[in-house]
Design a protein around this ligand. Structure first.
Ligand code: NDP
Length: 426
């Protein structure tokens, strides 16, 4: 417990310390351990210490000024596009001080503009276009640039929260400096109308992810002279996931990250470094170790992806529509209970099957993103395991939030919708 009984999450300061140190180490470890020699590299398996000593570039070799400069150009260029491209202004949820923040939304336009430019240049210059080889050669420097940038951003948000009268996150003001820096002290840190949290959640990291995937696709082509079906599928799936989140941009304003969580190291690092560098691990693996699925493999993977997507989009869309317009024809038939706070909790439709059926859909898709790597090594399946842990932990945090917010109404909801994520299992 922190000051005035505020409850610690993530195992408090000790847990926060392990996440803070462990996540960057994991990201670097994938880079060093997964290479042309195998994933994990066979030399690493034979003599781990000798291998790591031989590939270690020294502290200065981890960093490049030039890449840091390009990363800043990417980050702030993205910000510029948010401001100059046309967009729609939407209001966020009601805050505890009775106000609502305004957000300019045009992530779809920004994403399509950037990817169209990259597609055009690739069409003109081919897969050996210098951008693709530059990104491939500088993956290590990019990890360091995003790591440093996200740490500085989190530190800025933490320090500045003491000098403004901005709203603080419910769990981010425990009084323990390190923990509050990690979990996020300010709820919606802003510089003028620029919302650092929502910007980081959606733009520089998620947009970089399909671009890094494509770097691996280009590498596969320039190295082997062909592109495998598995690589194409992973690129399409991840591109689609990013685009889908942009097409549903208003929904980000009602996610847990935006409503409840402060903006600290956890989200800043997760958004800018962890997501683009580690969610692209399957493409990185295939870029060095091509694997052909064949027609039956493609059909199987597509079936898994489609099932996951139907659940994921169906559930998230249904909640969003029900909460914004409960009289809309698609959700009019949904049964619900009205809570004392006035909010309605759906008890039929997707949300009558399990209390977080949307997580199940996301997790099923995670399998479709890993299966194209075949079964030679478990490393590309890291995402499925990590994501299961993330979703179970997230569901537990949401359970505490809803139980505190809705009290007896939540107990009633739980007695009607018994399963947490997987009906009949969990
Ligand atoms: P959810 O979209 O699952 O929303 C949870 C909230 O919905 C609850 O706090 C409650 O809020 C409301 N709610 C709960 N039950 C009901 C009900 N029966 N009827 C109506 N409203 C209900 O939260 P997340 O932000 O965790 O997830 C959004 C999506 O993002 C998910 O699909 C998830 O898989 C995905 N995601 C992906 C990640 C990735 O790295 N790929 C990381 C994190 C999330 P209220 O207070 O309004 O009642």
């Amino acid at each position: 417990m922190g000051k005035e009984g505020t409850v610690y999450q993530f195992g408090g300061p000790i847990g926060a310390f392990f996440v803070t140190v462990g996540c960057p180490i994991t990201t670097y470890a994938f880079y060093f351990i997964c290479n042309e020699d195998g994933c994990p590299s066979s030399s690493f398996l034979q003599q781990p210490l000798e291998y790591l000593t031989s590939v270690w570039p020294g502290w200065s070799g981890l960093y490049s000024n030039e890449v840091m400069m390009w990363y800043c150009a990417w980050f702030f260029g993205n910000l510029l596009l948010q401001f100059v491209l046309p967009g729609r202004t939407r209001e966020g949820t009601l805050l505890s001080d009775g106000t609502r923040l305004k957000y300019k939304q045009n992530a779809t336009e920004t994403f399509l503009l950037i990817t169209s430019y990259l597609a055009f240049m690739t069409y003109r210059e081919g897969f050996s276009w210098s951008l693709w080889s530059y990104l491939w050669d500088h993956q290590l420097h990019l990890i360091t640039a995003t790591f440093i940038f996200s740490t500085l951003q989190a530190t800025y948000c933490y320090v500045s929260s003491f000098f403004t009268d901005e709203l603080l996150a419910k769990h981010g003001d425990t009084g323990n400096h390190f923990y509050d820096w990690f979990i996020g002290r300010p709820l919606n840190p802003r510089i003028l109308s620029w919302d650092l949290k929502v910007f980081s959640e959606l733009r520089p990291g998620i947009m970089m992810w399909p671009i890094i995937n494509f770097t691996h696709l280009a590498h596969q082509y320039t190295t082997f002279g062909y592109i495998t079906d598995s690589m194409v599928l992973i690129n399409i799936f991840h591109f689609w996931y990013a685009l889908d989140s942009y097409l549903n941009e208003p929904a980000v304003l009602t996610t847990m990250d935006v409503i409840d969580d402060g903006f600290g190291y956890m989200l800043s690092f997760g958004d800018l470094c962890w997501l683009p560098m580690n969610y692209s691990l399957q493409a990185r693996y295939l870029g060095m170790h091509p694997f052909v699925l064949g027609p039956w493999g493609i059909a199987g993977v597509l079936a898994v992806q489609a099932s996951g997507y139907v659940i994921f989009r169906g559930a998230n869309g249904q909640k969003n529509r029900f909460r914004t317009n409960p009289d809309a024809p698609e959700v009019k038939h949904i049964k619900y209970i009205t809570t004392k706070s006035g909010s309605r909790l759906m008890i039929s439709g997707w949300w009558g099957i399990a209390r977080h059926i949307n997580y199940l859909g996301d997790w099923v898709m995670a399998w479709a993103w890993c299966l194209p790597c075949g079964f030679k090594t478990p490393i590309p399946y890291f995402y499925v395991v990590y994501f299961a842990v993330l979703l179970i932990h997230r569901e537990r945090r949401d359970e505490i939030k809803c139980s505190t917010k809705y009290g007896k109404d939540w107990d009633k909801y739980k007695s009607i919708v018994r399963w947490r994520i997987v009906p009949g299992v969990y």
